[in-house]
Design a protein around this ligand. Structure first.
Ligand code: DGL
Length: 277
């Protein structure tokens, strides 16, 4: 891998389309920054995959984004953040380039979760991988040991979104099922965290089956605010991020397919390019 230290765009990575919900918020909050989005659509979903596989795929994606000139990469995917981020930060980055950074979506979300809950009972929805990793439980326990956390894996939710079924009547069954299940396990929950970047697309359905006393927290704005603060605290990294307000899109699948589906996540057309990992 040949890497330069020239300033570059910020890389935003997801297994598929879900990271676009995070990218939207980045661009709204920091329109001056340049971004490169990469969706590993050919190998999505990551949710059911093992640690080894999620780590290997995520490292390949991060390496590609580094080769494309990114000095900072955001894993806009909870599954990759849960299963690959720590190893990449601790083991790989020092060997690849100690000045580059890779950040995830779990930590910034955990940092603010206490602002939302009064009962100190939080429910997290995520992929099987994210929930089984217990990353949210462990991180929340470090910051706020008094918060009790229940995780609920929702294996069908990503599939509903990826297949354009988020607003279908069929989606109601799978959404209600997991909301009922999590509330049965802990009736004191007053905050649902959508711990998967695909789930904001199901927001209306989730709201429909959630008691009005429970608030639903999406990560996009939280992660965007956190990135904004990070760049203010790290002017040396901000200086390594270019600012022409551009965004380019890459997918490991067919670009036409990506362009069409991305319309469900973005309110403007995109022209993605194919990327081989
Ligand atoms: N976007 C991923 C996440 O936030 C889920 C999609 C997948 O399973 O690949 O966990």
């Amino acid at each position: 891998m040949i890497l330069t230290s020239h300033p570059g765009p910020i890389g935003v990575f997801d297994s598929g389309y879900g990271g676009l919900t995070i990218l939207n918020e980045f661009r709204q909050r920091m329109p001056e920054l340049d971004f490169v989005y990469m969706g590993d659509n050919a190998r999505a979903p990551y949710g059911p995959r093992s640690y080894e596989v999620v780590y290997a795929y995520t490292l390949q994606a991060v390496s590609k984004l580094f080769e494309m000139g990114c000095q900072l990469v955001i894993l806009a995917c909870n599954t990759a953040s849960a299963k690959a981020l720590r190893t990449i930060q601790q083991r790989d980055l020092p060997n690849i380039d100690a000045n580059r950074r890779v950040l995830g979506v779990i930590r910034p979300t955990v940092e603010v979760i206490n602002d939302y809950t009064t009962t100190k009972h939080v429910g997290i929805f995520g992929t099987v991988g994210t929930i089984q990793s217990e990353s949210y439980q462990m991180e929340i326990a470090k910051f706020y040991p008094d918060i009790s956390v229940v995780g609920e894996a929702c294996p069908m939710w990503v599939a509903l979104v990826e297949n354009g079924e988020a607003n279908s009547t069929g989606a109601d069954y799978f959404v209600q099922k997991h909301i009922d299940a999590i509330l049965q396990r802990d009736a004191e929950i007053d905050t649902f965290l959508l711990g998967c970047t695909h789930y904001p697309l199901l927001f209306e359905k989730i709201r429909k089956y959630t008691p009005p006393s429970v608030q639903i927290v999406s990560q996009g704005a939280i992660v965007a605010q956190s990135l904004h603060k990070y760049l203010s605290r790290h002017p040396e990294m901000a200086a390594r991020c270019t600012t022409n307000g551009t965004c380019s899109y890459f997918t490991t699948e067919n670009p036409d397919k990506f362009n069409e589906a991305a319309g469900n996540f973005l309110n403007h057309p995109v022209q993605a390019l194919h990327l081989k990992v």
